[in-house]
Design a protein around this ligand. Structure first.
Ligand code: NAD
Length: 425
């Protein structure tokens, strides 16, 4: 396709990927030139945090074990105090979006570090918000010298949420979550080690993958969508759907876990450059106001939003559908009659795609629904605790800028009602 005209901001960052990559965290941290490292680790990653602590040697300054979802302000304040007490100039965050989110909350309130603001295109060009055009002294990764009292992040993700690739932060106070974009929270180095997610329970895996898939899909229609981001998003969806189908059959398959992490990396990159739109805003509202679980909500809402939006971006939808089709198992043979069909649906989703039913807009919504259904991720918001009255209430006054289809209250109510009952697109 012709690229047309567009603007795309590449966010700086270094990615180190591979089974066993955890062993390289110490060297990556040392290459940043930092001196005092705080380790923040989710409870499930205590062993990995022990290993990192050993690698860090004299650079190790302190540790926070255990994190809470959605970064409550009191938890963030405690982490900021700890970071100040140990005079941290770097954080190694090991875990899912919650651990990385906590590290971001600390980095956000640190003075700017190693930045030459204003070098490159100005943020005011509107690119990606606050941090557009920020250049890091010394380049990204090895060789940059820290100084000035700020905190840089090295992220070691163990789920597929993708936060490690974005400059997006979030903090919750009084039941309401505030989010923003700031280059200071973008991790300087991301170390992806599929071994760390080998034991992630299938239920958590599937929901987290749905979250990542939502980043890829929404990235093709936000106002900041562009051909470079779409390429990343389509490839991300291909890797995520292939990896998900494979881990449902063999949960500890390292190659499949690698595909999922690779997909999460691409999904996070797509989110970082495309930003959010109708889908993420709806999920954010549902999570913030009604306390619905983050990742599962994405699985319930995405197919219904795709049903509405995909017809307005038919070429992009077809490319996404083709990526799903690529990763679908053959409709005959062992895989097609295995776990996916038993779980009830992804097998048929693969079949529909394989038979050409996945072309275009409607096919994409149906296939995503089938993939999530087959993976056992709740496909109805009612099952997550939302009532019909709440769904209707959420639609009232909801607005989104730049959606490819005009959405009024009626459209949003229909999306939410269908998501409530998990109506097949
Ligand atoms: P999470 O970090 O809360 O992890 C989910 C659960 O899985 C936790 O109980 C955790 O302890 C456990 N876990 C994590 N890794 C594990 C492993 N390898 N093995 C076993 N258990 C493991 O959830 P999440 O879905 O990764 O992240 C959700 C949070 O991230 C939300 O607050 C969301 O808003 C945020 N998020 C932010 C961005 C961004 O760009 N800022 C992007 C996506 C998500």
């Amino acid at each position: 396709p012709s690229p047309g005209s567009f603007a795309h901001t590449f966010w700086p960052g270094r990615v180190v990927f591979g089974a066993g990559a955890l062993e390289r965290v110490g060297d990556e941290v040392a290459a940043l030139g930092v001196r005092r490292v705080l380790v923040i680790a989710t409870n499930s990653a205590r062993d990995a945090a022990d290993a990192v602590e050993t690698q860090l040697g004299d650079l190790f300054a302190g540790r926070i074990d255990g994190v809470t979802q959605h970064v409550p302000t009191e938890v963030a304040d405690a982490a900021r105090t700890k970071a100040r007490d140990v005079t941290a100039d770097a954080i190694v965050a090991i875990g899912g979006g919650s651990a990385i989110g906590l590290a971001k909350a600390v980095a956000l309130t640190s003075p700017p570090l190693n930045r030459l603001d204003g070098a490159g295109p100005a943020a005011s060009t509107g690119g990606t918000g606050g941090g557009g055009g920020v250049v890091y002294a010394g380049g990204v990764g090895g060789g940059a010298v820290a100084g000035g009292g700020g905190v840089v992040i090295v992220a070691v993700p163990t789920t597929y949420a993708g936060s490690e690739m974005t400059p997006v932060w979030g903090e919750t106070a009084g039941g309401s979550k505030t989010t923003g974009v700031d280059s200071r929270v973008l991790p300087r180095v991301v170390v992806y080690d599929p071994v760390l997610s080998q034991g992630l329970p299938l239920k958590v895996t599937a929901a987290s993958v749905a979250n990542a898939i939502a980043h890829c899909v929404e990235a093709v229609w936000t106002p900041k969508a562009d051909p470079i981001t779409e390429m990343v998003a389509v490839e991300g969806l291909r890797a995520l759907s292939a990896g998900l189908r494979a881990v449902l059959v063999e949960p500890e398959d390292l190659d499949a876990r690698g595909k999922l992490l690779y997909g999460a990396c691409l999904a996070g990159s797509a989110l970082a450059t495309a930003g959010t739109g109708l889908h993420h805003k709806l999920c954010h509202l549902l999570g913030g106001t009604y306390g619905l679980p983050h990742a599962e909500t994405h699985a319930a809402v995405l197919p219904q939003v795709v049903r509405v939006n995909a017809p307005a971006v038919p070429q992009s939808a077809a490319r996404l559908a083709a990526a799903l089709r690529d990763s679908a198992p053959p409709t005959t043979g062992r895989q097609a009659s295995g776990e996916l069909d038993r779980a009830g649906g992804a097998g048929s989703a693969g079949g529909a795609a394989g038979a050409g039913g996945g072309d275009g807009a409607e096919g994409l919504a149906r296939e995503l629904f089938g993939l999530f259904e087959g993976a056992g991720v709740a496909v109805g918001l009612r099952g997550l605790g939302l009532t019909e009255a709440q769904a209707d209430e959420a639609a009232v006054g909801f607005s989104v800028v730049g959606n490819p289809v005009a959405v009024d209250e009626d459209v949003v109510r229909e999306i939410l009602r269908r998501a409530l009952d998990g109506v097949r697109p």
